[in-house]
Design a protein. Structure first.
Length: 95
């Protein structure tokens, strides 16, 4: 049985920027997170370049994704923080 690849239509005004501390990932202005390079350690088949990550809502409704720097170490980050950091600028330091 041939595999059908799901395609995601990007909006014309949607732009992508590389996530500051995670250069393997990009964030769009609409809040979609995608891998910019394929995953390593035999995971290329499951997570190719261009793979869009599925956001997970927490109990308050805020969506987050897990971003990996290495194959073991990851960080859970809210999507609205990634969008704000990429398109507005870094968050202010708390006093």
């Amino acid at each position: 049985m041939p595999q059908v690849q799901k395609s995601v239509l990007w909006q014309a005004e949607e732009t992508l920027k590389i996530i500051h501390h995670f250069p393997k990932y990009e964030i769009s202005s609409c809040g979609r997170v995608k891998r910019s390079i394929p995953a390593g350690r035999g995971q290329e088949k499951h997570f190719p370049a261009g793979f869009i990550l599925k956001p997970t809502p927490n109990r308050n409704g805020y969506c987050y994704v897990s971003l990996y720097k290495t194959w073991q170490r990851h960080k859970v980050i809210y999507i609205h923080h990634l969008v704000a950091d990429a398109f507005i600028g870094p968050r202010p330091i708390r006093c």
